[in-house]
Design a protein around this ligand. Structure first.
Ligand SMILES: Nc1ncnc2c1ncn2[C@@H]1O[C@H](COP(=O)(O)OP(=O)(O)OP(=O)(O)O)[C@@H](O)[C@H]1O
Ligand SMILES: O=P(O)(O)OC[C@H]1O[C@H](OP(=O)(O)OP(=O)(O)O)[C@H](O)[C@@H]1O
Length: 235
């Protein structure tokens, strides 16, 4: 995905202020706390309070501020250089495929997988005979249209993706799509909605990400934070 020329320069221009670390609100943020502590990052106390309307938080280090954004938006903030560093799921990186993002570290948290699922009834009825290479098109509901499209394109199948932001599991029973492409962890959401996982597209964990331009223009500062995360992972 190409970025506007001005975007690439944003990180370098921000060199005079604190570096910005973009964190995803929600479940990853909850898991991330201990790792941040071990990396020496101590944001203002209310950074995990999702009732708080604040979005930007100072840390105990004047050279680093934290912003709290939606998980999908972490990648966009970092790709455009509005944030220098971030944490986001590999699912989000796969979906956007931003060339401006470098993902040096697997943080090992937020473990799940991105999978294809379909109703138990159709999966059972076609077991062993449901060969995707024989389809020419398939209707897919997903929050990940690019991942879904690439997955089926690699099999020579054209995916007609209905883009949803949640409750994908309802799509097959309501006639919106034949299958879904979504995140699966325990499998309980699929089970509760009469679906079964039929293919794992990719395993997912959260990554430390950095803006490539920021890394080039501020190698010492950015490199030091990468090193702190690496040491925190090893601790
Ligand atoms: N069930 C899960 N188990 C483990 N990790 C998950 C699970 N679901 C999502 N994730 C990871 O957490 C990230 C954020 O998911 P989360 O459910 O907190 O936000 P969201 O509901 O997708 O965000 P939004 O509020 O913007 O819709 C995902 O991108 C993925 O990397
Ligand atoms: O396999 P499981 O352990 O059941 O987890 C999978 C569920 O987790 C995610 O949803 P989330 O809880 O983030 O809700 P959302 O769809 O509203 O974002 C995902 O979209 C699945 O619905």
């Amino acid at each position: 995905m190409d970025l506007p020329m001005s975007a690439a320069a944003t990180a370098a221009e921000a060199e005079t202020g604190p570096l910005i670390l973009a964190l995803p609100k929600g479940r990853i943020l909850a898991e991330l706390g201990p790792l941040l502590g071990r990396a020496g990052i101590h944001p203002a106390a209310d950074y995990t309070d999702e009732d708080s309307r604040r979005l930007r938080f100072e840390t105990s280090d004047p050279r680093l501020d934290v912003v709290r954004v939606r998980p999908f938006d972490v990648a966009t903030f970092v790709a455009h250089g509005a944030a220098h560093i971030g944490v986001c799921g590999a699912d989000v990186l796969m979906e956007f495929d931003y060339p401006e993002i470098y993902a040096p570290l697997d943080l090992g948290i937020g473990q799940c997988r991105i999978s294809v699922a379909e109703p138990v009834a159709t999966a059972g009825a076609t077991a062993g005979r449901d060969d995707p290479s024989r389809w020419s098109r398939i209707a897919v509901a997903s929050k990940y249209p690019n991942v879904a499209q690439r997955h089926y394109a690699a099999r020579g199948v054209q995916a007609e993706v209905v883009h949803l932001n949640g409750a994908m599991e309802l799509a097959p029973s309501l006639g919106l799509a034949r299958v879904i492409v979504d995140l699966v962890q325990t499998g309980s959401t699929l089970k509760a909605n009469g679906l079964v996982e039929t293919e794992v597209i990719a395993k997912v964990t959260s990554r430390l990400i950095v803006n490539r331009t920021a890394l080039k223009t501020m190698p010492e500062a950015i490199g030091a934070w990468i090193a702190k995360f690496r040491a925190a992972l090893a601790a």
